[in-house]
Design a protein around this ligand. Sequence first.
Ligand code: HEM
Length: 154
Amino acid sequence: MPTRFLHLALASLMLLAASATSAEPDRYVPARPADAGLYQALGERAGIDAVVAGMLKRSAANPRIADKFKGIKLKGLQGQITDQLCELTGGPCHYEGNSMKDAHEDLALTMAHFNALVEDLQQALDEQGVPFRTQNRLLALLAPMYRDVLKSPR
Ligand code: HEM
């Protein structure tokens, strides 16, 4: 192969690799902010708080999961989840609640419960005008948590 052509081929391969990297979904890496700017894109703590309030309002009235929220003080839970998401998305907050495993252990949650909550979250994000791409960046951080939250895989 002529050298010039080889260089061209190599250059396009490198370009491809670079674009593949930037097109990859953002992943949560606890040791460093996984997704710079997500906290700001969500409207900082106030924006996150509004989304969590909307999610909990829906979940507490959602026939698929409402029983899980019976007797729970929603305002307190809202503050805990907001702190957690604020920290997770790179904001200046510190979540001091229980581990996800301890917090959900007695709730006997399944994937169906998890999906119902995520749908409530998506509706709350829509309601707050959060763009689809930003929604996906948040969901990518939350998805791996199902392992700690669920009692059984189904
Ligand atoms: C990625 C998914 C989830 C996240 C990030 C999350 C986050 C949290 C956080 C931060 C707390 C507070 C823990 C504490 O105060 O120590 C909590 C508690 C709680 N979560 Fe979740 N949660 C998730 C999934 C779910 C699902 C699927 C349900 C039910 C359908 C649920 C229902 C509850 C309830 C009822 C509590 C209160 C438990 C209590 O006070 O005894 N969560 N969650």
